[in-house]
Design a binder for this molecule. Structure first.
Ligand SMILES: [Zn+2]
Length: 451
């Protein structure tokens, strides 16, 4: 299938509008620089202004003279006393330079087997990449040689150069392998991906009609977003006969849509520094994703009178730098015990779902003290934390003190017996939602389990 020309056309129009804006700004900067020079006061600021002007005006004089080498000081000195003829000459040279640049770049595509073409595009400075984005002849000739995913690669190379954000690289990989689920999830999690040039066209090209429609709907959806922010919480439970305090951290992002509340949790998986070989396998990640989906999704609903929002949890595993909510060190094999931020390669689906529960604010519910009073004040838990971290708080009835504590039977407790969730496991999400995503005039929402 051919890439959508109408879309491409409009993106070129946008690019040329951007070019025009750059040219406007540049004219102002050149004027300022010129007046500095006419007063023969060549200040540091004046030189900087010129450099900015020269750098931004990719259609400018510098490009005309020396398209491949950086500006020397001489180049920066002489636009001050130009006659109209000289300015016309400069414009003509700039136009020629554009052509030269286009030919130089296209030679790699048209001359050989396309080897080095993308690399050459990425290495161009920002201004030159903007020029090519708006160059209709460039695109016409590119499309004679390549189509579909390859055209998209050219668009992305021109948009980002050598510095594409890691989510853009992840998106490219997902689209290339035709991974519908990963593609839609990445766009949900990183709304800035909607600005990737040619995205709609390549989605239509790469996926079957039903999947493409779904992803296009995700691109079109709005929703109000709210970052919950990192917040630590404390809990207490028995370990080898002693009551011990533990600290967890919740962090995630909420997106309120018309019928859904999405809970996005970006989790970076990284090999523990002590690993001799990579411990993160596709198989393990698929197991964990599956576990989290199975235990958390389709379970919760927010309610406000007759209005409801389904709660949908979206773990996004990432492997490179970039902003994430949680970082997990992964160790090989089964090893010892896992915790919120340290997992083992062979951890089960339910273990991943349990640790995910910590990431959205839930304390453990095993080996619990029988009563709130059993938790010494010196541990510093708040009353709310004591309630969530004791048999008494969770059941309403205190139990006698023991040195091994009491287990609730659910995902956050003895999950090997029963890995189901309880309505209270959405408490943190509900609290953040009510505090930040409630509409004016709305009463507080409640959370419930779906039947
Ligand atoms: Zn735990």
């Amino acid at each position: 299938m051919r890439v959508n020309d109408a879309n491409e056309q409009s993106s070129r129009e946008r690019a040329s509008q951007r070019m025009a804006r750059v040219a406007d700004r540049t004219a102002g900067a050149v004027g300022a620089a010129r007046s500095v020079a006419q007063g023969r006061v060549l200040t540091h600021e004046g030189v900087l202004a010129l450099q900015r002007a020269a750098g931004n005006a990719a259609v400018g004089r510098l490009l005309a003279r020396q398209p491949t080498t950086p500006a020397s000081e001489d180049d920066l000195m002489d636009p001050f006393e130009l006659t109209p003829e000289e300015e016309a000459q400069i414009e003509a040279r700039a136009a020629q330079a554009k052509i030269d640049m286009r030919e130089r770049v296209l030679a790699a595509l048209e001359g050989g087997a396309g080897v080095g073409f993308l690399g050459r595009l990425r290495d161009l400075p920002w201004g030159q990449r903007r020029i090519l984005q708006a160059d209709q002849e460039f695109w016409a000739r590119v499309r004679k040689r390549i189509s579909g995913l390859a055209v998209w690669a050219v668009q992305v190379a021109l948009q980002y150069g050598t510095r594409s954000p890691s989510q853009v690289d992840a998106l490219r990989a997902a689209v290339h392998e035709g991974n519908w689920l990963r593609t839609r999830q990445l766009i949900m999690a990183y709304p800035d991906l909607k600005a990737v040039e040619g995205l709609r066209a390549v989605i239509t090209h790469r996926f079957d009609a039903r999947q493409a429609q779904d992803i296009l709907a995700v691109i079109a959806e709005g929703g109000r977003r709210w970052e919950a922010g990192a917040r630590s919480y404390q809990e207490a439970h028995y370990e080898a006969g002693t009551l011990v305090k533990f600290t967890g951290t919740r962090d995630y992002e909420l997106v309120r849509l018309n019928t859904q509340l999405r809970v996005i949790v970006k989790i970076r998986l990284q090999d523990d520094p002590s690993n001799k070989a990579a411990a993160i396998s596709d198989k393990a990640v698929a197991r964990w994703e599956d576990g989290i989906n199975r235990r958390w999704n389709g379970k919760f609903r927010l309610r406000n009178g007759a209005n409801t929002l389904d709660v949908w949890f979206l773990p996004i595993f990432v492997y490179r730098e970039g902003a994430v909510h949680h970082t997990v060190n992964v160790l090989p094999g089964e090893g010892g015990r896992s915790s919120e931020h340290q997992w083992h390669e062979s951890d089960s689906a339910d273990t991943a779902a349990h640790e995910f529960g910590h990431m959205i604010g839930n304390p453990d519910e095993y080996n619990l003290p029988g009563s709130m009073a059993e938790i010494p004040a010196s541990m510093g838990l708040s009353d709310a934390e004591k309630r969530r971290s004791s048999w008494e708080g969770l059941t309403g009835k205190p139990a006698a003190q023991t040195n091994e504590g009491y287990d609730m039977t659910n995902l956050m407790g003895a999950h090997y017996l029963d890995a189901s969730v309880r309505a209270r496991h959405g408490w943190d999400v509900l609290e953040v939602f009510n505090a930040h995503l409630r509409r004016p005039g709305e009463n507080a929402w409640t959370i419930e389990l779906k039947k």
